[in-house]
Write a protein that binds this ligand. Structure first.
Ligand code: SF4
Length: 415
């Protein structure tokens, strides 16, 4: 979901062409993965053909799984402790389990630690991983250090069907949903390599989380209850899948919800976000109002500032109107606008000038809108989502040569 430049700023009429089973205006989810690494039909039945990915299970479920093998339940607690709290990446590392038991478990289950295909490290410490899943598909996750805390940005799908024009992932198409275990495994991998505690997680990597809601909800639950990440330190970002927002409202989670808004009206939005043709802004904003009413949580409106596309004073005024709301629309939206100056890594879209960014921000403030500017991290390491994956693909034998993005202070390791 972290945007990058990839296509020029021209009117875009592309419709989202998605398999019938993956997405509809009623918000049906994308098809679940059909892989051994995903949760099998009978999730807790041991099967050598489909090793169970334990990172998708709670401690109680791992106990149940272990009990189904005829083992004492406390062995399940030991395994869960190794996975979630002691960062074990394999059964071999679980040294207080008898060797025979470790082999028995490895025959029917997996700890799911993905293989690191490439790793890039920015001068600010931001570390981006390209990881290979059990079926050979690759996704990205990012560790982001801040002064007093650190966070992991997680992918929820292999590719993305939403086709946002500014996004490298969107250009690559959609392959499949990730299972909860595959999402949590990214977190565990990044945490295992992090030099300081990881306190936050954001669902802003590859994919639209609310097209994979069941797995994402399970992953949120596991990160909270098993990995110790407070609900208020978990953030989910969506382009505005209304049925998914409604489901989150019903769940009444205390997580942070962010909308990738990027334009104050449907006409501008549809130029680079095909989702605008499926879920018009008035419908999305009504869902957000219901969400804030149900959870009492302020939402974040992510606004990517693109020069000449959505950064004029008129756009700022329309954005303010939208946040402040008319009385008949429900009044002010409980929201903060987060401005994200466009990252020009390989852009035909352009970043506004610093003065233009400041003017836009000041105009919103003048109108009484709460506004922040996103701290830009990992600028030099193909920071936008899908970029590292695309670069790895273009480095593959037979791939077309690519333009080199501008880089400073970058360390790249391919394994
Ligand atoms: S929704 Fe998909 S295409 Fe759009 S920015 Fe997010 S990952 Fe990219």
């Amino acid at each position: 979901m972290i945007p990058t430049g990839s296509e020029e700023a021209r009117p875009r009429t592309t419709t989202i062409t998605l398999p019938e089973a993956t997405f509809s205006a009623s918000g049906r989810e994308c098809a679940p993965p059909r892989l051994a690494s995903s949760t099998p039909a009978s999730p807790l039945s041991p099967s050598p053909e489909a090793p169970l990915l334990l990172t998708g299970l709670t401690t109680a479920q791992i106990e149940e799984f272990v009990a189904a093998l005829g083992l004492p339940r406390y062995r399940g607690r030991q395994v869960a402790d190794w996975i979630y709290r002691r960062n074990a990446g394999s059964f071999e590392e679980m040294t207080d389990l008898p060797r025979a038991l470790r082999h028995q478990l490895a025959a029917v289950a997996s700890v799911g630690r993905p293989e690191v295909v490439a790793r890039t490290v920015d001068a600010d410490g931001t570390t981006k991983y390209l990881v290979r899943l059990g079926d050979g598909q690759t996704v990205e996750c990012v560790w982001l250090p801040y002064r007093e805390w650190s966070s992991v940005c997680l992918s929820t799908q292999v590719g993305c069907p939403m086709a946002c024009a500014f996004c490298a992932t969107g250009r690559g198409g959609f392959a499949r949903n990730l299972s909860a275990g595959e999402i949590v495994a990214q977190f565990l991998l990044a945490r295992a390599h992090a030099p300081c505690p990881v306190t936050h997680a954001v669902f802003m990597g590859m994919g639209e989380p609310l097209l994979n809601t069941s797995a994402v909800l399970q992953a949120l639950h596991l990160l909270n209850s098993e990995c110790g990440i407070g609900a208020r330190n978990l953030t989910l970002s969506t382009v505005g899948i209304v049925p998914g927002i409604q489901r989150l409202a019903r769940e009444k989670l205390q997580i942070n919800l962010a909308l990738s808004l990027h334009a104050p009206d449907d006409e501008t939005r549809a130029r680079f976000m095909p989702v605008a043709q499926h879920f018009p802004l008035p419908v999305v904003l009504a869902a957000l109002r219901d969400y804030t009413a149900a959870t009492h949580r302020r939402v974040t409106l992510e606004y990517l500032l693109i020069a000449g596309v959505n950064d004029s004073p008129a756009h700022a005024d329309r954005l303010a109107d939208l946040v402040l709301g008319k009385k008949e629309e429900g009044g002010p939206l409980l929201a903060v606008v987060n401005l994200i100056p466009y990252n020009e890594t390989e852009a035909r879209f352009r970043r506004p000038s610093e003065e233009g960014i400041r003017r836009f921000m000041a105009r919103l403030k003048q109108r009484g809108v709460a506004v922040t500017r996103r701290l830009e991290r990992g600028e030099t390491i193909a920071a936008a989502c899908g970029q590292l994956r695309r670069e790895a693909a273009s480095d593959a034998p037979g791939a077309r040569p690519r333009r080199s993005p501008r880089r400073r202070g970058t360390a790249v390791a391919r394994t």
